[in-house]
Design a protein around this ligand. Structure first.
Ligand SMILES: Cc1cc2nc3c(=O)[nH]c(=O)nc-3n(C[C@H](O)[C@H](O)[C@H](O)COP(=O)(O)OP(=O)(O)OC[C@H]3O[C@@H](n4cnc5c(N)ncnc54)[C@H](O)[C@@H]3O)c2cc1C
Length: 307
């Protein structure tokens, strides 16, 4: 089945885009964390959202959730690792398989961590952003998982089912400092289970990744206190840089180049929210989500008329 629009991101921008498109009776899929953006949930009190003075982040997220449900919009809780433009449609690689859509709205927020030196050079040549997509390439091999978010723990465990050896470097927040015990992540034991009959716990490494080096393929993770020889490196962040998610996307610094219609240099690919630049604000993100959805509906209409 091909959707009309795939909206990627469950922050204010993506939620708003999904609502507007649904109200226009468009066949959409909304992809992102089911609990929605942590940037909504983490806000203690929000003072600048019109009509909702002093609402908490949780309160806003719950209100979004209620509105989505009332419109029959379900969040598809998965991560998109690549968006391929196929000309008249898009093919999205996700942790749960491929999804097709005639148009895409990127509402994935801003990437907070800079790339590691060497990372960009080895994307697709030993550097991956999705364990479930690429694990089989590293069957019986040695891999490192660099986790900038807790989601990386599950990815490390998943890889351990097929890879010979998994180094896991959790480099997020205070959990990282508390960690570093083999087999223990954030106070929880890494589950020792086996799906394929073979499972070795990921080895937790307390070190800071500094660089990725290699020859034709990445083969070394250089850390502050030593190196790890590996066949592949998985980097798990909340957000993937937009031009890595959608190859060929025109950027302006760390943001996607766009105009007042929220279109990009790629036909059928629209953007909204923090991904487009400052100011980083809920209401701006939601407003741009609305515009992006309406522009996408116009685009679909011209596509249907064969213009
Ligand atoms: C603690 C905190 C408090 C804040 N307080 C305020 C405030 O009071 N007022 C205000 O106006 N602004 C505030 N902000 C800023 C505000 O959070 C952001 O401007 C806003 O969330 C941006 O919305 P967005 O939808 O563009 O992106 P985000 O909210 O960042 O949402 C992006 C979504 O995309 C998802 N995603 C990313 N990549 C993928 C992928 N590859 N596949 C699937 N899903 C993906 C993410 O998981 C997330 O759900 C605050 C921010 C923080 C961190």
């Amino acid at each position: 089945m091909r959707y009309d629009i795939a909206v990627i991101g469950t922050g204010p921008a993506g939620v708003s885009a999904a609502i507007t498109a649904k109200v226009r009776n468009i066949n959409i899929i909304l992809i992102g964390p089911g609990a929605m953006s942590w940037k909504i949930r983490k806000a203690h009190v929000i003072k600048n959202y019109p009509g909702l003075p002093d609402i908490s982040g949780d309160g806003l997220a719950d209100a979004y959730d209620k509105q989505l449900k009332s419109l029959g919009i379900e969040i598809t809780d998965t991560k998109v690792s690549m968006v391929y433009s196929m000309g008249s449609y898009f093919s999205l690689q996700t942790s749960d398989g491929m999804i097709e859509a005639s148009a895409v709205i990127l509402a994935t927020g801003v990437v907070s961590e800079a790339s590691l030196p060497g990372e960009d050079d080895y994307v697709g040549r030993g550097v991956s952003y999705c364990a479930t997509c690429d694990a089989l390439f590293y069957k019986d091999k040695t891999v490192a998982v660099i986790g900038y978010s807790k989601e990386a723990e599950a990815e490390a465990e998943f890889l351990a089912e097929t890879s010979e050896k998994v180094y896991y470097l959790p480099v997020f927040g205070k959990e990282y400092k508390e960690c570093g015990i083999d087999g223990c992540i954030d106070g929880h034991a890494v589950q020792n289970y086996s799906v394929s009959g073979k499972y070795q716990n990921p080895e937790v490494i307390s070190d800071i990744p500094k660089e990725i080096t290699g020859g034709l393929k990445a083969d070394t993770l250089v850390c502050e206190h030593g190196i790890k020889k590996v066949d592949g490196i998985f980097i798990i962040r909340d957000n993937i840089a937009a031009d890595r998610l959608v190859p060929g996307l025109q950027m302006n610094g760390g943001h996607v180049s766009t105009d007042l219609s929220m279109s990009t240099n790629i036909k059928g690919c629209f953007v909204c929210g923090d991904i487009t630049g400052t100011p980083y604000q809920y209401i701006k993100a939601a407003g741009q989500g609305n515009v992006a959805a309406l522009s996408t509906v116009d685009y679909l209409n011209t596509l249907r008329k064969g213009m």
